[in-house]
Design a binder for this molecule. Structure first.
Ligand code: HEC
Ligand code: HEC
Length: 304
């Protein structure tokens, strides 16, 4: 039943009829169910207060309305919880791309001292599930969290009256003058690559020179010099529900995000070449924001 529902949602997504699934971890309803249970299990944290859902709330497209969500003992890292929707199509994980697969990614929050802070053998003992089975179940659950069939998808499939003129203008700007699709590639609105947009450059608060990166992003884990201060392009699916925005949650609203792009991002020595001042009028920005809201989709039935 669940798998059928899933397949029905994948097709309208326009992302292909098949969910990309690793050969050695096939999707089964049992694994989704175990993964769902583990995802909200506070026993996976040292003090028994934090579950994956503490930072990835299924009611909010798997995010939280705060810049940085606290882990055990109120500890905080420095990054915003990203959505886990449509990560089945992910090619790298975390803002800095440091995990290569979902199976590798899902165990990392459990041991992270700022998140759940529990050794894996202890976590496994507490829930009575071997470590590799936890990884496979959690990864499968994440893989099954989909968003599709948004007003945008239906418009693209031919329901031409579904978007207002303002939203259509926004889509035109998004694909055209705004050059947003260079990085936010359709249909999942990400190229799965790291880019420097300048969000992490300190001199946004003070004029250059003398700025530095508040967060090096991809730099410490990749050899590409241009990756300094670079972060993974996030999907824009359900973006209306995932505020605040950016890797540090520093932008509270989509209007702020559009002001930022209108200026061409934040100048710094490693700024991506595809970011330039766009000369967006207030009307253009409003159109872009209303277009972004058409990406709110139907969620897979698997959030409950
Ligand atoms: C204390 C808050 C917190 C908890 C608890 C937490 N996460 Fe996260 N999660 C985050 C943050 C913050 C990031 C981004 C971190 C980074 O990029 O360095 C993240 C990233 C992710 C990503 C990567 C998404 C992407 O697009 O790259 C996945 C998947 C994920 N978490 C799943 C989980 C799972 C599964 C659990 C439970 C085992 C969990 N998280 C627990 C805050 C949390
Ligand atoms: C050069 C690549 C690139 C271009 C061009 C680009 N983006 Fe982004 N976008 C990114 C990256 C990378 C991030 C994350 C940056 C960070 O957090 O440091 C991001 C973040 C965002 C976010 C925040 C999403 C979230 O969940 O936090 C929104 C909204 C967004 N972009 C919309 C747009 C729009 C609209 C345009 C066109 C005007 C655009 N982007 C152009 C790469 C790009």
């Amino acid at each position: 039943m669940k798998l059928l529902a899933l397949a029905a949602l994948v097709i309208p997504l326009g992302l292909g009829t098949l969910l990309p699934v690793p050969a050695d971890n096939p999707v089964t309803p049992e694994k989704i169910a175990l993964g769902r249970a583990l995802f909200s299990d506070t026993r996976l944290s040292r003090d028994g207060t934090i579950a994956c859902t503490s930072c990835h709330d299924p009611q909010r497209a798997f995010t939280k309305p705060e810049a940085v969500s606290p882990g055990v003992f109120g500890r905080r890292g420095r990054r915003n919880s990203p959505t886990v929707l449509n990560r089945a199509w992910g090619r790298v994980f975390f803002w800095d791309g440091r995990a290569a697969t979902l199976e590798a990614q899902v165990l990392m929050p459990i041991v992270d001292p700022n998140e759940m802070d529990l050794p894996l053998d202890e976590a496994s003992r507490r829930v009575g599930v071997p470590v590799d089975e936890m990884a496979r179940a959690l990864a499968t659950f994440i893989r099954a969290q989909l968003s599709g069939n948004s007003r945008f998808d239906r418009y693209v499939r031919g329901e031409r009256t579904l978007l207002t003129l303002e939203e259509q203008n926004g889509l035109r700007l998004f694909r055209g003058r705004g050059m947003c699709t260079v990085c936010h590639e359709e249909p999942n609105f990400t190229d799965e690559q790291l880019h420097n947009t300048g969000v992490a450059w300190s001199s946004g608060r003070r004029p250059a020179p003398g700025g530095h990166f508040l967060d090096e992003g991809g730099a410490p884990t990749t050899d590409v010099p241009g990756a300094r201060g670079a972060f993974k392009t996030p999907t824009l699916r359900d973006v209306e529900r995932t505020a605040p925005y950016m890797h540090d949650g520093s932008m509270a609203t989509l209007d702020e995000v559009l002001d930022f792009y209108g200026r061409g991002g934040r100048a710094n020595p490693f700024l991506d070449r595809d970011l330039q001042p766009l000369g967006l009028s207030d009307e253009d920005k409003r159109a872009l924001v209303s277009f972004l809201k058409t990406l709110s989709g139907e969620a897979a039935s698997d959030t409950r």
